[in-house]
Design a protein around this ligand. Structure first.
Ligand SMILES: [Zn+2]
Ligand SMILES: [Zn+2]
Length: 418
């Protein structure tokens, strides 16, 4: 790592090299005095922290005997490794933001038409493409050029649309922060990474978190994450598409009067999940919370901006994207299930729900994970109007946005046209 070697976190091998010097090649256990073996033998405290390097003999002492030994307890009170921040073992495979070299911030990436975003990109013609252009086709943190080339599976994995969850109107909304390279996006998610890991790009990383670039321009403000469904238009349903969706939902409802009412309730077309398998799940649940049985409400609109969700889509697992769907519940119950952690500490009302989640019983949502849910359309015609921004319209939107704010944090952003 090319960061300040005196400060910041270190890989385990580097930590061992420094400890050998600090321990003068001698076992860390007080009173032992034997030399260290050539292969590093780490010892940890009873709480699992790395403490120092020990000799072969000491490494074999059982934890019970260490607990009874004053020398070991002394070692744990004054661990030689205390001053070091040691990264997890797997960190040697992590790529730092500058692992591909420093990009040239003055290069104009828009000059070559061959580098224009392909129309097959799922964000082509959406406000996300506008954001991509406003960021001058660069990672917002490390400024690395982001070129869209399809991988074998057809996805454009080089460009990461980064989002975080904000609590809005009683629901968590996946708000887009900006566009990042794969390395910066992954490293942002690593809480064990000390600030020094980011080196020279740290100021932009901090600025990115405090005032995300997508929030800087009117055209991209409050963009919500979801493949091909930017918020500017996701409520924009044609009558024909609505009818197609309602027909599919009525089939789900069958003869059940309550379900038929929910299937025909057009207010739900303001919902983030309108027209998807999750909408079918809502009908199957007869519009009720799967835990408490309370009525779930269609989205309200507050302050003129669209509310993306009223009923909360609950899923299993700590991962916000990949967990299997469990069901639609109230925001209150969603909060309780999130905080609960262990299912044994949860209120017993939730036990039947957790034991047999409706999302896994439904033929529409079974096997579906959270990140797929927003685009699992009930039928190809039952979906909101396509955005259809032409390339000229994207360019116009970029011009307008630039007139308002030329670039995000110009003090931290290189480039020729500052
Ligand atoms: Zn020893
Ligand atoms: Zn980056």
């Amino acid at each position: 790592m090319s960061i300040n070697p005196k400060r910041g976190p270190v890989l385990r091998a580097e930590a061992a090299a420094r400890l050998r010097k600090r321990q003068k090649g001698i076992c860390a256990v007080p009173g032992c005095g034997r030399p260290l073996p050539s292969v590093d033998r780490w010892t940890t405290s009873p709480s699992g922290d790395l403490v120092g390097l020990v000799c072969y003999g000491c490494s074999l002492v059982s934890m019970n005997r260490r607990m009874d030994d004053a020398n070991w307890r002394l070692l744990w009170r004054n661990p030689p490794a205390a001053a070091l921040q040691i990264l997890p073992l797997r960190a040697r495979y992590w790529k730092s933001p500058w692992s591909q070299g420093a990009p040239d911030p003055k290069a104009d990436l828009g000059a070559d038409p061959a580098l224009d975003p392909p129309r097959a990109w799922s964000y082509a013609g959406t406000p996300v493409e506008v954001l991509y252009e406003l960021q001058e086709r660069r990672c917002a943190i490390c400024l690395f050029p982001l070129v869209l080339r399809p991988a074998r599976n057809g996805y454009f994995a080089q460009v990461h649309v980064d989002h975080h969850y904000v609590w809005t109107d009683e629901t968590w909304v996946p708000e887009i922060r900006g566009i990042l390279c794969a390395r910066c996006n992954t490293n942002l998610g690593r809480t064990s990474l000390h600030e020094h890991w980011w080196g020279s790009v740290l100021p932009r990383r901090q600025a990115y978190l405090e005032s995300p670039p997508a929030q800087c321009w009117e055209a991209t403000r409050s963009l919500v994450y979801g493949r091909g469904r930017p918020p500017a238009t996701f409520r924009d349903w044609s009558e024909a598409a609505k009818e197609a969706a309602i027909q599919a939902l009525l089939e789900v409802a069958g003869q059940d009067q309550e379900k038929i009412v929910v299937a025909g309730d057009r207010r739900w077309f303001d919902w983030y999940y309108a027209g998807t398998a999750v909408h079918a799940l809502l009908v199957e649940q007869a519009g009720r919370c799967a835990v408490s049985g309370e009525d779930l409400n269609p989205p309200r609109r507050s302050g003129g901006s669209p509310t993306v969700s009223a009923a909360t889509l609950d899923h299993a697992g700590p991962d916000r994207r990949k967990g299997p769907l469990r069901g639609l519940i109230t925001p209150t119950w969603n909060g309780r299930l999130r905080e609960g952690g262990s299912k044994w500490t949860l209120h017993e009302d939730a036990q039947p729900y957790l034991a047999a989640p409706p999302g896994q019983r439904s033929p529409h949502t079974r096997g579906l994970c959270y990140s797929e849910a927003s685009s699992a359309w009930l039928s190809p015609v039952a979906r909101p109007r396509a955005d259809g921004l032409t390339q000229a319209q994207v360019a116009e939107a970029v011009r307008e946005a630039r007139a308002q704010a030329a670039r995000w944090r110009p003090d931290l952003w290189g480039g020729a046209t500052a």
